[in-house]
Design a binder for this molecule. Structure first.
Ligand SMILES: [Zn+2]
Ligand SMILES: [Zn+2]
Length: 231
């Protein structure tokens, strides 16, 4: 599998140095996107990867889904197939509000507490995260390798930690250096204690403190917008 980071900024990121959350996962024949925060949709357009098979949303915080609506406009203009979106409950209501207020967009939304699907050769399932609102983390496998993408979560989070032991790569949110548990997030300090360095990719970075983060997490893989990695 190939992972392309579309947006690596945290919700608190100010400005356009890092777009909001989103990763593109490319299998041999099938591709899916996990989360589409503001700007992650523009990154998709910039690199010409508009046509993928499904979108999976971790939770309904703006920085994880706000890029969907603009993306749906582009799909409509380009005559692309209807997008299937897997999400925890609530996305249909938000989408319908946009449609009712006069936007000519459409998506097939499949809501459930723990979204899962088999899309081509990719198997995707979710486990419950530990965040300030209902949230899931996704595990994707192509039959050879397995990736865990956490969305937002405060560690230690039992289900996520359990899954992390079975995967080849953990793409984890990293929203502060010291302690951001009261906002439902994980600090760099915790990540360093809980996960082996080699398995870990840090994302969801507040761009305004990224120099401090890079300094603190020397030797760790810190994602950036457009970063591509083979798994
Ligand atoms: Zn977030
Ligand atoms: Zn969140």
């Amino acid at each position: 599998m190939k992972i392309i980071f579309l947006g690596t900024g945290a919700g608190a990121t100010f400005g356009s140095r890092r777009m909001k959350a989103g990763i593109y996962v490319k299998g041999e024949k099938t591709s899916v996107v996990l989360d589409m925060g503001t700007g992650a949709n523009f990154k998709l357009e910039d690199i010409g990867l508009l046509d993928f098979s499904a979108l999976f949303i971790t939770h309904l915080h703006i920085d994880h889904f706000n890029g969907i609506f603009d993306h749906l406009v582009q799909r409509k203009l380009k005559g692309l197939q209807t997008l299937r979106i897997y999400s925890p409950k609530g996305l249909t209501e938000v989408l319908n509000t946009y449609i009712k207020s006069g936007n000519n967009i459409y998506a097939e939304v499949i809501e459930s507490d723990l979204p899962s699907a088999e899309i081509g050769e990719l198997q995707i399932y979710s486990v419950k995260g530990c965040h300030s609102i209902y949230d899931v983390a996704y595990v994707i496998s192509d039959g050879k390798k397995k990736i865990l993408y956490t969305g937002d979560t405060a560690e230690p989070c039992e289900d996520i930690l359990k899954e992390s032991e079975k995967v080849d790569l953990v793409i984890h949110e990293s929203s502060c250096i010291d302690d951001c548990s009261k906002w439902g997030h994980t600090s760099l300090k915790q990540l360093m204690e809980l996960f082996p360095r080699k398995k870990l990719i840090l994302t969801h970075i507040p761009a305004q403190i990224e120099d401090e983060i890079k300094n603190f997490a020397k030797g760790y893989n810190i994602a950036f917008d457009g970063f591509i990695m083979d798994v």
